[in-house]
Design a protein around this ligand. Structure first.
Ligand code: GDP
Length: 435
């Protein structure tokens, strides 16, 4: 998916706009300690075009110098990663020196830029926005984060500037597998182990520079492409760059994958960062497998694996569907178990359930445990149908979608899983009005 970044000095309203764009979709927060505030990643869609959106954040500390430093960092990051930049300014504050400075950087970047003038509360009086023509990025677009006005126009403009990315065409029967996980978890080692030869240079140094690597291979008649995020790390940026860029690159890899291997360090256990990345795979509707690596160095007894599995389940409640594979990329212990699981979850990810079978399961579930009522009105589900695969997406037609509760949806999902499995893949369920 192409990336749109929102850049601007603190307090221009970036987060408000970001939240309006992603709507009720999940945002991924990157909360590495450091000078910057949380950085947010989300996804959005406009005119049928899906994109990732980044709120590059900003700092909440005083001092002109510090603010400029942070704005510069954000702008640099955006320039590096984004396909289109939304440069946000503030109609109430007018054009500031900080805006000018960001504009200079953005001008040099040659990236497509849309200027969004926020806090325009009266669309009948647009005089305030004219001075922003001076930034040199063409017509500024008036928006109001608090009223939600102008956001459609802004997205229209941004989406129109997105490059027509030539979709990488892989044949239908190829399974695209992304390896994600924090530095040193063993991504490159696992790539090497799977490929069976030293295709990638492995190093003990976190953040070693390598080029992006997509490796096609075939095993037992099945074609795969390995998407290795470890290969995409960068070196030499002044600020805590490695992590920031690697999150972004992991997100890109996930977008392109069918199956995501979420690598966990068996030696060190689970950390917050693992959750963010796994959460994105879930949110992006990809099939996932937890791969616990470095299992060779873990001191084990007969309960170790079971305990580790419960810890994973506790930390990733929302991904209870994802199988867990324990292995060692270095000794290749249990490695042979991985690809069969990849094949399995990929199959489940593209599973299509016949409508009459699905309806049998849904009506049995309803009979067993009737839908919720609200103010005397009961949800009535008339019909279920699977509208998409990868991930399996089910639409329930009902008298009043507002009566659907999260917990009831969960209940139905569990019943559907009990009947059809769908191991390794999230399921999307939507309720639509139709009586
Ligand atoms: P990446 O940053 O995720 O690509 O991690 P690397 O593949 O570069 O591995 C980081 C370090 O962990 C290297 O020193 C590897 O040799 C080591 N390592 C990777 N996998 C394993 C494993 O299964 N067992 C052990 N003992 N060490 C491993």
């Amino acid at each position: 998916k192409p990336i749109i970044a929102i850049v601007g000095r603190p307090n221009v309203g970036k987060s408000t706009i970001f939240n309006r764009i992603i709507g009720d979709r999940l945002a991924i927060v990157e909360d590495k300690p450091g000078v910057t505030r949380d950085r947010l990643y989300g996804s959005g869609e406009w005119s049928g075009k899906a994109f990732s959106i980044v709120d590059t954040g900003g700092i909440e500390i005083d001092g002109e110098d510090e603010i400029m430093k942070s704005v510069r960092m954000q702008a640099e990051l955006a320039v590096e990663e984004a396909d289109v930049i939304i440069f946000m300014v503030d109609a109430k504050a007018g054009l500031t020196h900080a805006d000018d400075e960001v504009a200079q950087m953005l001008l040099r970047s040659r990236k497509p830029i849309v200027v969004a003038v926020n806090k325009v509360d009266n669309f009948n009086r647009l005089d305030d926005i004219y001075e922003f023509y001076n930034l040199g990025f063409g017509e500024p677009i008036a928006i109001s984060g608090s009223h939600g006005t102008g956001i459609g126009d802004l997205l229209e403009a941004a989406v129109n500037l997105l490059p027509d990315k030539e979709e990488e065409v892989y044949e239908e029967d190829v399974i695209r597998v992304a390896l994600i996980g924090r530095p040193n978890v063993g991504k490159s080692s696992l790539v090497n182990a799977i490929l069976g030869e030293e295709r990638v240079i492995v190093s003990n140094v976190a953040g070693t520079t390598r080029d992006a690597i997509d490796t096609p291979f075939e095993r037992d008649g099945q074609k795969y492409v390995l998407i290795d995020t470890a290969g995409m790390r960068k070196r030499g940026k002044v600020y805590e760059s490695t992590e920031k860029y690697s999150v972004m690159r992991a997100l890109k890899a996930i977008e392109r994958a069918d199956v995501v291997l979420v690598l966990i360090n068996g030696e060190e256990g689970i950390i917050e960062q693992d959750k963010h990345i796994a959460g994105y795979a879930h949110e992006a509707g990809k099939a996932s497998i937890f791969v616990v690596n470095k299992w060779d160095v873990v001191e084990k007894d007969d309960k170790t694996m079971q305990n580790f599995s419960s810890t994973i389940r506790d930390h990733f409640l929302f991904m209870s569907y994802a199988p867990i594979v324990y292995l060692s990329a270095v000794t290749k212990q249990r490695l042979h178990k991985l690809l069969p699981v990849v094949n399995h979850v990929s199959e489940q990810h593209s599973l299509r359930i016949q409508t009459h079978l699905l309806n049998d399961v849904v009506s049995d579930a309803i009979a067993l445990n009737p839908p919720p009522t609200d103010k005397g009105k009961r949800l009535r589900i008339n019909y279920a149908t699977q509208v998409a695969t990868r991930p399996p997406t089910i639409v329930l037609f009902a008298n009043d979608p507002d009566l659907m509760h999260f917990s009831y949806e969960r209940y139905l999902e569990n019943k559907i899983r009990a009947a059809f499995n769908f191991e390794g893949t999230p399921i999307r369920i939507f309720t639509r009005r139709k009586s």
